[in-house]
Write a protein that binds this ligand. Structure first.
Ligand SMILES: [Zn+2]
Length: 93
């Protein structure tokens, strides 16, 4: 497998930790929600994205091209969600 230098896999979160944070923010179980990478068009579940702790937030990257799909930063007052790397994010009602 090709060696990547731009990603520190030691900062990778496990899926359960990611699911907990997403549930806290969205109030729904998110890991099975479908999303599509804006960079390569790869479609998959949010739970299948690569999650990293980075600075004050969490970064979810495409498992195919490693493009940043979602970036979540939590402050005491608010949650910042940067979803420009996703074509869409489907939240079940
Ligand atoms: Zn991608």
């Amino acid at each position: 497998m090709e060696e990547r230098t731009d990603i520190n896999r030691e900062l990778m979160l496990d899926a359960n930790a990611t699911a907990g944070v997403l549930y806290e923010i969205f109030g729904v179980e998110m890991t099975a929600s479908p999303t599509e990478c804006a960079n390569c068009g790869n479609e998959g579940e949010i739970g299948g994205l690569l999650a990293f702790v980075q600075g004050p937030g969490i970064v979810l990257r495409c498992s195919a091209c490693e493009n940043v799909v979602l970036r979540i930063v939590q402050t005491p007052e608010a949650v910042y969600l940067d979803a420009r790397g996703a074509v869409y994010l489907r939240l079940a009602r």
